[in-house]
Design a protein around this ligand. Structure first.
Ligand SMILES: NC(=O)C1=CN([C@@H]2O[C@H](COP(=O)(O)OP(=O)(O)OC[C@H]3O[C@@H](n4cnc5c(N)ncnc54)[C@H](O)[C@@H]3O)[C@@H](O)[C@H]2O)C=CC1
Ligand SMILES: CC(=O)C(C)=O
Length: 273
């Protein structure tokens, strides 16, 4: 309170900070990258080669906010590409403070129809991809010696699977498991590791899920996501990527310094733990 009795705004300057967000050419990753830039981070935008144009657009949007941005194509399922991503980000933007392992894929298929290749691909991207990001980021942060924050994309299906999304759900359970295990082993290096668990977010991923579930239950485009949202979400609307970005902003900020090993549900009220 100022001496004239009026409250004064608290401004916090955390100095130069950088973050990498994987799978950030679109969707939730893009919203996280933009939110972190608004929070004062310089941001490395990563995605696969097919989304190079998206990477370039997000880089421009962040630069227009007055922050530095650097775009780098890499497939998170390949360890050497993740190592090169981190090295290039450090070279272009400076030391790594926050790694957001956001990239992921989904597939709608009945459990008994899944091939080895379906399961392998899902785990390569969603589990090995997160493991590669967590572990390569941790090594970089330990080398830097100043701690850091590692954050990964889980889902509400990491708590309770959705039918026809079984191998996807299992991959997100594994993300939650790795998040807890990495948190235990990295605490001594002052690195926190947390996850975020969105619910039903209107992105390209749910366009695909809506279309595939619709084919199975005879619904038109847009009807399945509407029905799931109406039936399941207490707050009564489908999530937007910015809902998730606000949660990740907290996990990336010093406000979450005393939290580690947690996976925060941000779903408008579907799963109640
Ligand atoms: N949309 C939703 O309702 C929910 C999404 N999630 C998770 O949030 C994360 C982001 O999802 P969305 O933005 O909805 O998906 P999206 O499909 O719109 O975006 C995912 C991005 O990751 C990229 N990507 C895929 N494989 C990659 C790889 N091997 N290497 C690098 N980048 C890769 C894609 O090219 C894409 O740009 C995912 O991990 C997803 O599983 C979790 C819960 C709900
Ligand atoms: C895609 C996803 O994780 C959900 C819960 O919809």
């Amino acid at each position: 309170m100022a001496s004239n009795g009026k409250s004064t705004a608290v401004t916090r300057d955390y100095g130069k900070r950088t973050a990498i967000v994987t799978g950030s050419a679109r969707g939730i990753g893009k919203a996280i990258a933009i939110r972190l830039a608004e929070d004062g981070f310089d941001v490395c935008i990563n995605d696969i080669a097919a989304n190079k144009a998206g990477i370039e657009e997000v880089v421009k949007e962040i630069e227009a906010l007055g922050r530095s941005a650097y775009g780098h194509v890499a497939d998170v399922s390949i360890r050497s590409e993740v190592e090169a991503l981190i090295e290039a980000s450090v070279q272009n933007l400076g030391n790594l403070d926050v790694m957001v392992a956001n990239a992921g894929i989904a597939q709608v298929k009945a459990l008994l129809d899944l091939s080895d290749e379906d399961v392998r691909r899902m785990f390569d991207v969603n589990v090995l991809g997160v493991f590669n990001c967590y572990s390569a980021a941790a090594k970089q942060m330990i080398k830097q010696g100043g701690g850091g924050k590692i954050i990964g994309a889980a889902s509400i299906v990491a708590f309770k699977p959705f039918a026809l999304l079984s191998h996807y759900s299992a991959s997100k359970f594994a993300v939650r498991g790795f998040t807890q295990a990495f948190a235990m082993e990295l605490a001594e290096h002052k690195i926190t590791v947390n996850g975020y668990a969105p619910g039903i977010v209107g992105t390209a991923m749910w366009d695909l899920i809506d279309e595939e579930l619709g084919k199975k239950n005879g619904s038109n485009k847009g009807e399945t996501i509407k029905k799931y949202s109406d039936d399941l979400i207490a707050l009564g609307r489908t999530s937007v990527p910015e809902d998730v970005a606000k949660c990740v902003s907290y996990l990336a900020s010093p406000d979450s310094d005393y939290m580690t090993g947690q996976t925060l549900v941000i779903d408008g009220g579907i799963v109640f733990n």
